[in-house]
Design a protein. Sequence first.
Length: 278
Amino acid sequence: MTIYAIGDLQGCHAKLVELLERIHARHAGDTLEPELIFVGDLVNRGPGSLATLRLLRSLGDRARVVLGNHDLHLLAVAKGIRKPHSSDTLDDILAAPDRDDLLDWLRRQPLAILEDNHLLIHAGVLPQWTAHQTLSLAQEVEAALSGPDWDGFLSRMYGNTPAKWDDALEGADRLRCIVNALTRLRFCTPDGTMALAASKGVETALPGHLPWFDVPGRRTEDITVVFGHWSTLGLTIRPNLLGLDTGCLWGGKLSAIRLQDRAVIQVDCPQYQRPGEI
């Protein structure tokens, strides 16, 4: 089956519809419709978060998603665990008649997908982790988030420590470290210590820090990692790396890439927010 990976939506519903129309047109007449995998940050900051969630859910088995930091933020705000940010655009979801159904669907989505020698996550992978270990660790978080005490998990999820992975981590510290890597990571040291406050371009790395994907000897070099989260990188295509956050929210593009041959489809986007507002 043809598979497209699609970058951060952040509630840009109209542009998602346009992108899906272009994908459909490219495959008109195909026996099977392409499968779609979205790399997180489905909602927030853009003008159509409610319509975006409804559309993704309606696609059923045709679409899969991984959760990003903004998606987890929505769940935490809905539970009263986090206060909304001034630039959030989540009110339409929180007031919707189908709010509970949408949130229940969202909290049951994965944080990592392994498909056809591609590992799809939202933000990053620590250098110590293999692809299969990443998938297993993600499943630990998924079990907590889909379980009966999911609000308790969310209440313990926030914080920047522990900053470094240790297989001996337990409980909330273990889950928080996994979440931070998969949904927030951009820079780390060669030993995998995360610098979670850094959010700008590669050239802004602190001394001794590297983009997570440039750490020598990272254990996911044998597979293609597909991610979003880092709009200042732009479209990034390397032999074992695909970065798909192309700044739809900031007036950039919404991007899809066909995993089989790396054919790219993009749509131009208006500027919904200025970068300094995030």
